[in-house]
Design a protein around this ligand. Structure first.
Ligand SMILES: CC(=O)[C@@H](O)[C@H](O)COP(=O)(O)O
Ligand SMILES: NCC(=O)COP(=O)(O)O
Length: 237
């Protein structure tokens, strides 16, 4: 079974546009769960342009499915996740000024940093995942730093899928196969949508979880949040 974790960053983007509390991020998380989401993902960024650190503490009080916090392990981020203790923390090497996440870890170059950080986080009882490109060498490096899971960065898959699904999936299938041989759990995310999700799922049988935000919240404008979550869940059957 592949779990659907709904990334609610974009709910917070909308809320922040007016400075008030509409839509309410906590209520949205509860509703996503009520509509079938099996997890809630947030990716607080240093400028708090969508999810604020305060939201993360508030969400911890209400999320009853799997709570996944993604982000660059800066001192502030590490303090936050150690206090909140989500079910899963996903480390992403994104620059503070990046519009969105745009690369996975170089697990060889950052081996010492990742090993130390992951060790610390696991002492707090969290599952740790790290964001990686679909590159067998990076997956092998991930196995050496002690992470429980990898999250495959699927932007290249989503872009390539439009021209050639077979070519787009090939590096992901190889990376996933290697991760499984090495005993790593496999998550995936970024730019997944109703067009490309089923093919990814069908070709990565080991996929434990996908986190989806941008396209899902856009779809919800047309289909409604409940229908949209059901449509995404159907792709993962
Ligand atoms: C790691 C990843 O791919 C997602 O967390 C993505 O970065 C969403 O972040 P934004 O909503 O800030 O684009
Ligand atoms: N980890 C990926 C995620 O949480 C959502 O990415 P996107 O669907 O907003 O591109």
């Amino acid at each position: 079974m592949t779990k659907l974790s709904v990334n609610i960053n974009k709910i917070a983007t909308l809320r922040n546009a007016r400075g008030g509390d509409r839509p309410n991020v906590v209520q949205a998380a509860k509703d996503c769960e009520r509509f079938g989401a099996q997890g809630i993902t947030v990716h607080p960024r240093p400028d708090e342009r969508h999810i604020r650190y305060r939201d993360v503490y508030d969400l911890k009080e209400v999320v009853t499915t799997e709570f996944n916090i993604e982000g660059n392990p800066t001192p502030d981020f590490l303090k936050l996740v150690k206090e909140v203790k989500p079910d899963q923390v996903t480390l992403v090497p994104d620059a503070p000024d990046a519009i969105t996440s745009n690369a996975g870890w170089d697990t060889i170059r950052h081996k010492d940093f990742l090993t130390q950080t992951i060790l610390e986080l696991k002492e707090y009882g969290m599952r740790v995942s790290i964001f990686v490109n679909p590159d067998v060498g990076m997956v092998e490096g991930a196995a050496l730093v002690g992470t429980d899971r990898i999250e495959l960065y699927t932007e290249a898959y989503a872009t390539g899928y439009r021209n050639s699904p077979e070519q787009a999936i090939a590096p992901y299938a190889n990376a996933a196969q290697r991760a499984q041989q090495l005993g790593l759990g496999i998550n995936a995310g970024h730019d997944l949508d109703l067009d490309n999700l089923k093919y990814l799922k069908n070709n990565l049988p080991e996929l434990a979880e996908v986190s989806i935000g941008h396209a899902l919240i856009c779809d919800a404008l047309y289909y409604g949040l409940e229908n949209t979550i059901q449509l995404y869940l159907r792709q993962l059957k």
